[in-house]
Design a protein around this ligand. Structure first.
Ligand code: AR6
Length: 207
């Protein structure tokens, strides 16, 4: 089922992390969802205004997992830019489900969109909070004329979201924005998550 969708030169050539297993799902005549394995800190689309999404926490000053890797790769200017994001209440710059944008500094991508997914076991409505994190990230990207963006599997690490449920929310929410982007990528670090995402995209994006 998958092999016929494996993309050819087009997307592969333009993804600068060189990762194999890049699978492209057309969403509309001019947009696609692209799923690949890899390290999101290395992702960009050459010559475009692009953004990677950082699965952050509400303080927005760095942390472990992908957040830690993004801050290390971006350099110290990123945490400075984050400090300059106003607090909405003490210690909270980005409430769960919202998103904020900064430059990418030393990253290959030009922007970072910071969002906060739900902690699966303590959030009252994790599916709504996760959908909101994706939706607000996409909205902020659109407001900043970003045509290409890359998401990790938000909340699927430290925050404990089950992969299959997360994939349903992630892919169906991105589908709502199919006319607003050229490409939305998932750059997935874990082979298990990559498999779950591919199967879910096959299921939800069948022509
Ligand atoms: N590229 C792509 N994906 C990655 C990378 C990378 N370089 N590194 C990890 N992942 P997590 P969360 C995957 O824990 O669950 C932080 O401490 C990882 O395998 O980074 O939303 C923040 O500060 C997993 O599948 O984010 C918060 O406190 C996915 O990214 C908290 O963790 C998300 O895992 C947020 O937890």
């Amino acid at each position: 089922l998958r092999s016929f969708r494996a993309c050819g030169m087009d997307a592969t050539a333009r993804v600068s992390n060189g990762g194999g297993g890049v699978v492209r799902f057309p969403l509309s005549a001019s947009s696609a969802l692209v799923i690949q394995k890899g390290d999101i800190t290395k992702w960009s689309i050459d010559g475009s205004t692009d953004a990677i999404v950082n699965p952050a926490n509400e303080r927005m000053l760095g942390g472990g997992g992908a957040d830690g890797a993004i801050h290390r790769a971006a350099g110290p200017e990123l945490v400075q830019a984050c400090r300059n994001v106003p607090e909405v209440r003490p210690g909270v710059r980005c409430p769960t489900g919202e998103a904020r944008i900064t430059p990418g500094f030393m990253l290959p991508a030009s922007h970072v969109i910071h969002t906060v997914g739900p902690i699966y076991n303590t959030d009252g409505n994790p599916a709504a909070s996760l959908a909101s994190a994706y939706r607000n990230s996409l909205r902020v990207a659109k407001e900043n004329n970003i045509g290409y963006m890359a998401f990790p599997a938000i909340s699927c690490g430290v925050y404990g979201y089950p992969y299959d449920e997360a994939a349903t929310v992630a892919i169906s929410t991105i589908k709502e924005f199919q006319n607003d982007f050229k490409e939305v990528h998932f750059v997935l670090f874990s082979p298990d998550i990559y498999d779950v995402w591919l199967n879910k995209a096959d299921e939800l994006l069948k022509e």
